[in-house]
Design a protein around this ligand. Sequence first.
Ligand code: HEC
Length: 144
Amino acid sequence: MTAVERGAYLVTLGGCADCHTPGHFLGRPDATRHLGGSDVGFEIPSLGVFYGPNITPDDDTGIGSWSEAEIVTALQTGFRPDGRGLAPVMPWRAFAQLTPEDARAIAAYLKHVPAVKNKVPGPLGPGEQAPAFVMRIVPPTAPP
Ligand code: HEC
């Protein structure tokens, strides 16, 4: 198995496409834009709204400008190359458990998938108006 094949296998198991492919949360994932960014954001109370970004190698709207080492760092420490920590909805604490070799295989695969041009909204701070669908935590209704 090549590193790219191993990466494809791990990305399937990691459920990456759920949060990083348009249409997934609307019940119809768009296979032509695999990993091209979600159209549904997660609202994290007091933190803001986060859309699973485009993680294809498109230079402008994806992570084409990231090195494989930078992708590995994001997966294993939760930090982007610009130093911003990723919101906890991105399950990097789980991916920190990957062996370095498996994390590198995922990075190799992400560099290999077709580039998709699609810029997701945000990230948005608390109270900012979301321009697309949002998954929201709704408080329980008070008992009558
Ligand atoms: C439960 C949803 C979810 C899953 C599953 C998930 N991600 Fe994410 N991911 C996100 C969100 C949301 C962000 C953006 C967080 C932020 O901007 O703070 C993100 C950010 C990223 C980033 C940083 C991209 C950028 O432009 O900042 C990378 C790389 C990434 N994810 C790769 C992966 C990979 C690879 C997998 C599977 C092994 C995966 N993600 C699984 C939700 C998820």
